[in-house]
Design a protein around this ligand. Structure first.
Ligand SMILES: *Cc1c(COP(=O)(O)O)cnc(C)c1O
Length: 432
C-alpha cells in the first residue's frame, strides 16, 4: 500500500502537482468517506432501477441499430422511450437526437403545451439564463412572448424557501403551466431536493389541479433515489449531454411525463400530423442506451468530485454553494472567487487537465443565450458536454466558477488538484 502512495505522489508530481497540494487533497478526502458511501448506495439503487427498465422493456441487440430517412417503425427509438418512461416512472417519454440540447427540450415542452393568451409561472425565481430568451424575459425572436404567452415570476424568500402566499396570489385564470427549476443554474441559491419539489407541486395542484407542472431536471438526474417525475410533474426535462447521457450520448434531450403532454411535444417537435412516428435515430441509439446504463455511476463520480471541490475550496477560505457539508441535489459546485483572475485561472486549469484540447487556453466570450461574457473550460469528448469534467462562469460578480462533471472520479480529483496548483503557482492562494 505504501508503495502505491509513493508512486501516486510521483505520478502527481509528474503532472505538475506538488506534495503540499496532494496532501491538502488527502486531508479533504479523509473527511469525505461517509458521504462517498452514501453516494455509492444511491448509484447502486439507480443502477438497479435502470437495469430493471432495460430488462422489463426487453432491450435487444436489434434496438441498438438505428434508422435513416423518415425513421418509421424505429424499434430502438420506441423501446428507448419506453425505458426512459420506466426509469422515470411516467406514462410516456420522448428521447431524440433531434432535440438538440437542454434549452431546446425545455423550449419544446413549453411551446407545445402553451397557447396564445396563456400565462407561464415560475414560482422559484428567475429561470436559467437561456430560458430568458425562450420566454421573452429578454427580447428575442420566436420567444413565447411573441406568441402572446405571458410570464410571471415569484421570487424565493430570503432563506431560499418558496413564497407560498405569493405563489397562490400569482396564479390566475390565464396561468396554465408552472415551471420549476431543480438546479440553481448560474445563481447562488441552493438547488432544490426532490422532496421540496414534490411539496411545491402538491401545493400548486391543490390551488388548481388543472395546472400543468414542468420540472427542469438538468444536472439532477440520479443524484437522489427518486426523480421529480414520480411526484406529479406533468413533464420532467433534461439534456443527454448532461447526467442521463452518461458521457456517451453525442446529442439529445429527453422529456418524460403524461401521455397528453408528450403527445403535444411530439407534434411540435416534428409536425402536426406526423408527431412521434418520424425522426430517424441514425447511429445514436447505442450511445443513448449505454450512456443511460452508465449514468448512475457517472453521475456518482461527478457528485463525489463536487463534494471534494467544496471541501478543498472551503479549506482555502472561499464560499462554496453548496457547502462541503451541504445537501446535494445536482452535480454543480459553485465557488465564489470575487476576482476575475482567480475564476479565469480555475477554468484554465480544468482545461489543462482535460483529455481533449488540454493545450488550449479558454478565453471569456459572448456566448449565445447569455447576457455577460462567459469563460468555459470543456476539454471533452462530446463538444461542450458538461457531464464531462468542465467549468464555466459568467464574468460578473461574484465571479463564481460553476464546476461540474467528470465521468470518472479519479479524473475529477486530478482536475481539482490542478486548479489548486494553478492558483498557487500564480500566487493567488497560500497553502501552509
Ligand atoms: C444546462 C441547463 C439548461 C440548458 O441546457 P443546454 O443543454 O445547455 O441547452 C437548462 N437548465 C438548467 C438548470 C441547466 O443546467
Amino acid at each position: 500500500m505504501s508503495d502505491i502512495s509513493f508512486s501516486l505522489t510521483e505520478y502527481y508530481k509528474n503532472f505538475g502537482i506538488e506534495d503540499s497540494v496532494y496532501k491538502l487533497g488527502e486531508e479533504v478526502l479523509n473527511e469525505c468517506s461517509d458521504r462517498f458511501k452514501d453516494i455509492d448506495r444511491i448509484s447502486e439503487l439507480n443502477q438497479i432501477k435502470v437495469l430493471k427498465a432495460f430488462c422489463d422493456n426487453k432491450v435487444s441487440e436489434a434496438c441498438l441499430l438505428g434508422t435513416s430517412g423518415y425513421g418509421y417503425n424505429d424499434l430502438g427509438r420506441e423501446t428507448l422511450e419506453k425505458v426512459y418512461a420506466s426509469v422515470f416512472k411516467t406514462e410516456d417519454a420522448i428521447v431524440r437526437p433531434q432535440i438538440t440540447c437542454g434549452t431546446h427540450a425545455l423550449s419544446l415542452a413549453l411551446s407545445a403545451n402553451l397557447r396564445p393568451g396563456d400565462e407561464l409561472l415560475s414560482p422559484v425565481g428567475k429561470p436559467y439564463d437561456t430560458l430568458e430568451e425562450v420566454i421573452g424575459i429578454r427580447e428575442s425572436k420566436g420567444s413565447l412572448k411573441e406568441y402572446g404567452i405571458s410570464y410571471r415570476q415569484v421570487d424565493l424568500l430570503k432563506d431560499d424557501k418558496f413564497d407560498l402566499e405569493g405563489i397562490k396570489q400569482a396564479i390566475n385564470d390565464r396561468t396554465k403551466l408552472v415551471t420549476i427549476q431543480r438546479s440553481k443554474g448560474y445563481q447562488t441559491r441552493k438547488s432544490f431536493s426532490v422532496k421540496e419539489i414534490a411539496e411545491l407541486i402538491k401545493f400548486i395542484k391543490d390551488v388548481n389541479p388543472g395546472l400543468k407542472v414542468m420540472v427542469d431536471n438538468c444536472y439532477g438526474e440520479f443524484t437522489d433515489v427518486c426523480e421529480p417525475s414520480e411526484f406529479g410533474a406533468d413533464m420532467t426535462v433534461g439534456s443527454l449531454i448532461k447526467n442521463p447521457g452518461g458521457g456517451l450520448a453525442p446529442i439529445g434531450g429527453y422529456i418524460v411525463g403524461t401521455k397528453e403532454c408528450i403527445e403535444n411535444i411530439a407534434y411540435r417537435l416534428t409536425s402536426p400530423g406526423l408527431g412521434r412516428e418520424v425522426g430517424a435515430s441514425l447511429d445514436t441509439l447505442k450511445s443513448f442506451y449505454q450512456g443511460l446504463f452508465l449514468s448512475p455511476t457517472v453521475s456518482a463520480s461527478a457528485l463525489k468530485g463536487a463534494i471534494f471541490a467544496a471541501g478543498i475550496y472551503e479549506k482555502l477560505g472561499f464560499e462554496c454553494v453548496p457547502g462541503f457539508k451541504g445537501e446535494r441535489n445536482d452535480i454543480i459546485q459553485a465557488v465564489a472567487f470575487h476576482d476575475p483572475n482567480k475564476l479565469i485561472t480555475f477554468c484554465e486549469a480544468i482545461q489543462a487537465a482535460s483529455p481533449i484540447d488540454s493545450f488550449v487556453n479558454p478565453e471569456p466570450w459572448d456566448m449565445p443565450g447569455y447576457d455577460s461574457k462567459v469563460i468555459m473550460a470543456a476539454g471533452t469528448f462530446v463538444s461542450g458536454a458538461s457531464i464531462e469534467l468542465s467549468a464555466d462562469g459568467p464574468l460578473r460578480e461574484p465571479y463564481a466558477a460553476y464546476f461540474q462533471g467528470g465521468i470518472t472520479w479519479p479524473h475529477v480529483k486530478i482536475g481539482i488538484l490542478n486548479t489548486v496548483q494553478a492558483l498557487k503557482n500564480k500566487g493567488l492562494i497560500d497553502i501552509k
